[in-house]
Design a protein around this ligand. Sequence first.
Ligand code: BGC
Ligand code: ZN
Length: 358
Amino acid sequence: MKAIVVTPMQPGSGRLTEVPDPQLREGEVLVRVHEVGLDGTDAEILEGQFGEAPPDDDYLIIGHESLGRVENVMGSTTGLSPGDRVVAIVRRPDPVPCRNCAAGEWDMCLNGRYTERGIKGRHGFLAEFYTESPDFLVKVPAEIDPVAILLEPLSIVEKAIEQIKRIQSRLVWKAERAVVLGAGPIGLLAGILLTLEDIEVHFYDATERGIKSDLAEATGANYIWAGERKVSHELADEIGAVDIVVEATGYSPLAFDAMDMVAPNGVVCLTGVSGGSRKLEVPADHLNLEMVLSNKVVFGTVNANRRHFESGVRHLLEIEARWPGLLSRMITRRLPLTDFARAFERSPDHVKSIVEMA
Ligand code: BGC
Ligand code: ZN
């Protein structure tokens, strides 16, 4: 079958090639891939900064945001039938599961021996077919077919917001306002979920005006251009107390600015994977004092487990009902397999790029 593969850690090795068809085993499901979304992690893998081949191969099939249809099932206990639409979960627990992996919280793995499809030690979905155990497949209703490719990035945001709520159960808290740093797919989806919770959302992004500000404003949120404002407590003085900051740019200096900006008892949630080695001088005493005297929390979050994909399905239906067509507008580029590399051309006009397989 055709697939996009890389030789891990080798910059520019991404290529379209023929690989062996996956072999369907007892209790597994064969899925025909329809669409694959691409993101910053894929870009880093193609640049050779990240990525690991499965133990028996010297190449890695990339792609971890998928939507496909069940083609065949082997065995009677899969709970899935040919024709079902499915999105695959990305991470798999480590072979000798740690406490968290054993409890289905593989997104919280303690020892780093987990694998991730298309990223770390397991082939991904940018291929014609894949096989998988039904434990790691989430069925999606036909109504959300056009936007279900957003379920994987949404699962990341579902986890982030669940974690914010769990952390903040430490006090009497009512979030009124949030700032979302970065209006890419993760940032936009975070802002949308916060808006569904009746929280006032302000997006902050380096892109001046265009599709990102249009999408942000279509949800009723405010859009702040980074060229005009800095992330600081002065910004909070202007817009009002910021109870939540979601950092979704991966530009690490903003994490420190967010600690300064967030209100007393507030929470800063970091989601951006910053692959570089940037160094920074920070007002350490000031930030430490602020964090202590104002009971602030900063936390990081990665990946998602099954319940986050499942709540994501419910939210996709809710978002489609509240803002019809909004999610489809986030998918700004649909490319054929032969053109996958174009998904990484940077442009202010693009939000989510996807590869169409069929
Ligand atoms: C994926 C996550 C993954 C993370 C780190 C992200 O792009 O969406 O599932 O855990 O990269 O590998
Ligand atoms: Zn583990």
